[in-house]
Write a protein that binds this ligand. Sequence first.
Ligand SMILES: Nc1ncnc2c1ncn2[C@@H]1O[C@H](COP(=O)(O)OP(=O)(O)OP(=O)(O)O)[C@@H](O)[C@H]1O
Ligand SMILES: [Mg+2]
Length: 509
Amino acid sequence: MAVNRDEFFREVTLRICSSLDIGVAVNRAFNYLREHFPLDEIYLDIYDSKLGAIRRIVHFAKSGGEAAEEILPLTELVWKWGSSLAGPLIMDAETVSGPAKAIAELVKLEENTDLVLPLRVEQELIGVLILRAYGERRYEQEHAELLSVVADPFALALANALSYREAIHYRDILLDDNRFLKMELLSQAGDEIIGGNSGLRNVMEMVRQVAPLNNTVLLMGETGTGKEVIANAIHFASSRKDGPFIKVNCGAIPEGLIDSELFGHEKGAFTGALTEKRGRFERASGGTIFLDEIGELPPQAQVRLLRVLQNREIERVGGDRPIPVDIRVIAATHRNLDSMVSENRFREDLWFRLNVFPIIVPPLRQRKEDVPALTRYFVELKSQELGVAIPPAIAPGALERLVNYGWPGNVRELENLVERELIRHRGGQLRFDSLLPSDGDSKAQPDAEGKADGPLNLDEAMSSHIGKVLRITNGKIHGPGGAAELLGINPNTLRGRMGKLGIMYRRKK
Ligand SMILES: Nc1ncnc2c1ncn2[C@@H]1O[C@H](COP(=O)(O)OP(=O)(O)OP(=O)(O)O)[C@@H](O)[C@H]1O
Ligand SMILES: [Mg+2]
């Protein structure tokens, strides 16, 4: 057998490294090996310690055809014997003995000869390469020696293929999760905006206006009004809808972690930074970042955020180069940022940056017309979640009471109320009476002249007054007898102010 070992090594290595698909690579090597060995079939087996078994991942025969992956279980004794296999081993029916006999049976050696090459990476056996020639005593010691020249390239190729398969496997799982979660979000936010045609009509109009653009949006409104729902709607109505939607609750991250959470860090940037980490801004690239409770952002982070908004690039903690990010920013707050600015608790320059397109999500008490639809929606949704087969009916008069309640906790309060009612419900209709604060209490809610906890602020007073006038004019703004005339201002000014205050109106036919 006159063969140059260096050339042999090179030729086999080239082939075994020629494809990420280990099957393709082995097949190429097989065709070359046949020039130097008696060779009818080739196998590549993984010694899988998680299974305590051999997994046969590649099998080609000279006659063509490729077999499916097979699992060959081993006894403990045979497993141990196999793990300690040092060099290449020639097996044929005449010479096998001891534990090798069990293997010979398992791999159906029969009247053939196998040349088994253990594949090790850093001492550990990860698999074996098996050459098979039909007939007995087909391999000599020379064959074994020549084959052992390429043990390392085969071992590395196998190890790489395994890592690659694992990575692909996890990638597929992640992609699948991602698809699933996106669908979840879609079903939560895409279609189900209750009141989109009534109480939230103006808001949805603005959503449609702003969604296709790339500008920063600021959502304002009391707690539980649906700011997050609207943020979702903007993202899913935008061209970024297939990109990520990353939510950050600025109030929930401990101050010391905010920078690394938002901007990421390099490996070793601080004690405990064992690996590099992408921040939420980087993760949001190509999509939307939703900065919830923006009013809770500490001053340090406000400066950093301002820089991101100005330059559209971030710097990781401990990093020394800016990383460009392609993001759309939506911020939300239930606080009055305006007064936070005058109290120096929120940076004015950041406020200007955020306030380019404010959307005010009106409180539920200013869109009572949505209460019935929301109630029905939550009864169905929560019944489903709680496993109530048939959503119970709502008792006569109950809706009326819900509509007249003041809802300081807004839509979330209604949602929770429905859930509690369903949990306590013992058959019959839903009455909501024991849960709803009594009439006396609800009169004290802010829709009246004053708030439970003090006088109305100017905006609230204005909004309540405009609301009253609109009721008098049946929603008419423009022209003789319209609200603008009664209030003595220009109709466009009135519309603008109503937009700002989040006042809904609909002309009654
Ligand atoms: N128009 C709506 N249609 C359907 N569900 C809604 C609507 N508005 C709000 N919800 C539901 O009400 C709950 C509160 O909404 P969301 O979390 O968006 O409020 P928020 O304004 O972000 O409140 P907070 O300021 O407390 O964070 C959520 O469960 C949301 O799904
Ligand atoms: Mg929220």
